[in-house]
Design a protein around this ligand. Structure first.
Ligand code: UDP
Length: 314
């Protein structure tokens, strides 16, 4: 297998590089490094099966030779990032997806789109099944990400229906683990860094909003199985264990042994109130479900953030 991964220097992308190299594949890692970092792939330097291409996928992508699969993961993905990079977010979801699909068509490669639970917006159906069309504010601050991904799904289906490309759409729910950035801005990295520094933990709103967190290793396995055995319709890959953000903060205080206090801040506009994947389809079709408990995942992630926080002080 020769696989191209866009957004390969990001959190998910870099773990996918490791996964597929571990399976003996050749990997071409494409990234423009606006939110990704070469630090996430530096351990792969010198690996003969690995190649890095510094490129912005909103422009024509040229790769020589055969490619069996394209995994399109390029996009700012943290709310902080897509608020700071709204145009780039829209461009990579639209133009970038178009270019990546064009490459898949040209090479006769299978294509996998990294979509998101954000396509469901602030959901009115709970938990979220793939059949639910979502509740998205197109002109709100999160619209740049949500609508870009919704467009990307539509474009992926059009390439499947019209050009016969063998496509996959994976709707990824909140994922965590090593290689998240300490200034990522999302709840879980914020809480770890704040807790390890014994600084106040910032909860937006009253903390009653929920999310469902999946550990990176489980997520990567789910994505790989979707590529291998999925169908052409969207599939949720996430952990159905739902918790409030307040509960997450408490668990992180506990695992870090922190003396941090919790402070409440304003809730951002259009912040989803609940989120939980219905993973019946993934269980049935892919024989996949998450295996790593939150206690285990948070303990592993804690070791990583401890190192990052120490390093950041130098
Ligand atoms: N959040 C929070 N404190 C933070 C960062 C985020 O309470 O320091 C909240 C955010 O408003 C949302 C939830 O935590 O309700 C999850 O946010 P995150 O940015 O991790 O990702 P999302 O799931 O919203 O894309």
């Amino acid at each position: 297998m020769r696989i191209a991964i866009t957004g390969a220097c990001g959190f998910l992308g870099s773990h996918l590089c490791d996964y597929f190299l571990g399976k003996g594949a050749k990997v071409i890692a494409v990234d423009n490094l606006i939110t990704g970092s070469t630090r996430n792939i530096e351990h792969l330097a010198g690996n003969r099966n690995f190649q890095f291409l510094h490129h912005d996928v909103t422009n024509y992508i040229f790769i020589e030779g055969k490619i069996d699969a394209i995994l399109h993961f390029a996009s700012p993905a943290s709310p902080r990032d897509y608020l700071e990079l709204p145009i780039q977010t829209l461009k990579v979801g639209s133009l970038g997806t178009h270019k990546a699909l064009g490459l898949a068509k040209e090479k006769g490669a299978r294509f996998l789109l990294a979509s998101t639970s954000e396509v469901y917006g602030d959901p009115l159906v709970h938990p979220q099944r793939e059949e639910y069309w979502g509740n998205v504010n197109p002109v709100g601050p999160r619209g740049v990400y949500d609508e870009a991904k919704r467009f990307a799904e539509a474009m992926t289906m059009a390439y499947h229906r019209f050009h016969g490309v063998d496509t996959r759409i994976v709707r990824i729910f909140n994922t965590y683990g090593p290689r998240m950035r300490i200034r990522d801005g999302r709840a879980l990295p914020n809480f770890f860094v704040q807790a390890l520094r014994n600084e106040p933990i910032t909860i937006y709103g009253d903390g009653s909003q929920t999310r469902s967190f999946v550990y990176i290793e489980d997520e990567v396995e789910g994505i790989a199985r979707a590529l291998e055995n999925g169908d052409n319709d969207p599939i949720n890959i996430g952990n159905p264990q739902e918790i409030t953000i307040l509960q997450l903060a408490r668990e992180i205080i506990e695992v870090t042994g922190s003396s941090s206090e919790i402070v409440l801040k304003d809730l951002p506009e259009d912040d989803p109130k609940v989120r939980q994947p219905d993973i019946s389809k993934a269980k049935r079709l892919l024989k996949w479900e998450p295996k790593i408990s939150r206690a285990d995942g948070l303990a592993r992630t804690c070791e990583y953030f401890k190192k990052m926080v120490v390093e950041d002080e130098f």
